[in-house]
Design a protein around this ligand. Structure first.
Ligand code: MG
Length: 372
């Protein structure tokens, strides 16, 4: 049973190109499956989350991160009586627009675009992928996803200004997104905050002592674990404590969002949409803990000198390849040269680079920029 404020698939605003119903999957289940079967989804396997493979094969990449976010999202959405199919589809699609090399790749691509008065935004890029670049069906370009999934791609993590983005007018930019979409920004963060502590520890870039001293919520769980399992190896104590942190964040997201829905008297999806602020949120106490984890990761992991070389490489590779194709568009694949007839060359080069895996862009760099 869905809550009154959940998105009901029967009330979906539907697809751009109407399609007959499927005999045993509803429209959001079909959208979830279309995302999973997309080429861009498979490419997430070879896109950096935080670490490249140089450290270990056990670390998250963007695909396994996405699967973890989908898992957390299903739990939270289900507990809140939301539409789990829609929430899952949104979780699976949420990082589809990410370029190679994680955050550094994104930064470099955006910087290159800005020199042409344009910008790169991974949510807008994800929409271009599902609307245009994925070609699987004879009847239309793109995946022909329902309105609610496309809206969630745009609105899950950011509020776009309608005046600056007239092309997004259909996505009701003056309204909040449904709760299924609001969740994604937070479940994404639960996923990567805990996973990055895990991978950072595993990579020996973070020590147990450092995490215990810098992340008070982790320390509280660690002490409990240490009392219950004093003889357990460090790594298992670490795992147990981290599991406690993840459960606390997800549990608080559920109970605090529930409390806010009750307090504000939200009954329907329209109530959610017309509300001034987003309703999915951590409690102030857990929000402070979330911020502590994030600040800790920025200071000790994301900006750590051990990752600096990798980041510089990423920025150089993206920057130089972008400049190369701007100067030598004849070296672009044919279909991209054709696109450049209708669209600006920087946008076409950006689309090409954004779609690449880490492995492919390095190959291109070696081919065209001498790999130095
Ligand atoms: Mg993510």
């Amino acid at each position: 049973m869905l809550a009154g404020y959940a998105v009901q698939v029967e009330h979906s605003r539907g697809r751009r190109f109407p399609e007959p119903p499927h005999p045993y999957r509803n429209d959001f289940q079909r959208d979830r499956d279309r995302v999973i079967h997309a080429r861009a989804f498979r490419r997430l396997e070879d896109k950096t989350q935080v670490f490249t493979r140089r450290y270990s094969d056990h670390f998250r990449n963007r695909l396994t991160h996405t699967i973890e976010v989908a898992q957390i999202t299903r739990t939270v959405a289900g507990a809140l009586g939301l539409n789990v199919d829609l929430a899952e589809a949104l979780a699976l699609v949420h990082d589809l627009g990410h370029p190679p090399f994680g955050h550094s790749g994104e930064k470099a691509l955006d910087a290159a675009m800005r020199t042409h008065g344009l910008l790169f935004d991974h949510n807008l890029h994800a929409l271009r992928i599902v609307e245009d670049f994925e070609q699987r069906y004879a009847a239309f370009r793109g995946l022909n996803l329902t309105f609610e999934v496309r809206e969630g791609i745009i609105k899950h993590s950011q509020d776009y200004d309608g005046a600056k983005h007239p092309e997004l007018a259909e996505y009701l930019l003056d309204q909040r997104p449904p709760l299924e979409a609001q969740l994604i920004d937070l479940t994404d963060e639960i996923g990567y905050n805990t996973a990055d502590l895990d991978d950072g520890y595993e990579a020996h870039l973070l020590t147990l002592e450092q995490i215990r001293a810098g992340v008070p919520v982790f320390e509280r769980f660690f002490r409990e674990v240490d009392q219950t399992y004093p003889e357990a190896p460090d790594k298992l104590q670490f795992n147990e404590a981290l599991k406690g942190v993840l459960n606390r964040l997800a549990g608080d997201l559920i109970t605090n969002t529930q409390a806010r829905l009750q307090r504000t008297g939200i009954q329907t999806l329209a109530d959610v949409r017309l509300r001034e602020e987003r309703l999915a949120a951590f409690s102030p106490e857990v929000e402070a803990e979330r911020k502590q984890i994030k600040d800790f990761l920025y200071e000790n992991l994301y900006y750590s000198p051990s990752l600096a070389g990798e980041k510089d490489d990423a920025e150089r590779i993206v920057g130089e390849l972008f400049a190369f194709w701007m100067k030598t568009p004849s070296a672009l694949p044919h279909n991209y040269q054709e696109k450049a007839v209708q669209e600006s060359l920087p946008r076409v080069v950006c689309d090409y680079i954004a779609g690449m895996t880490d492995h492919f862009i390095i190959e291109q760099y070696e081919k065209y920029c001498g790999g130095n």
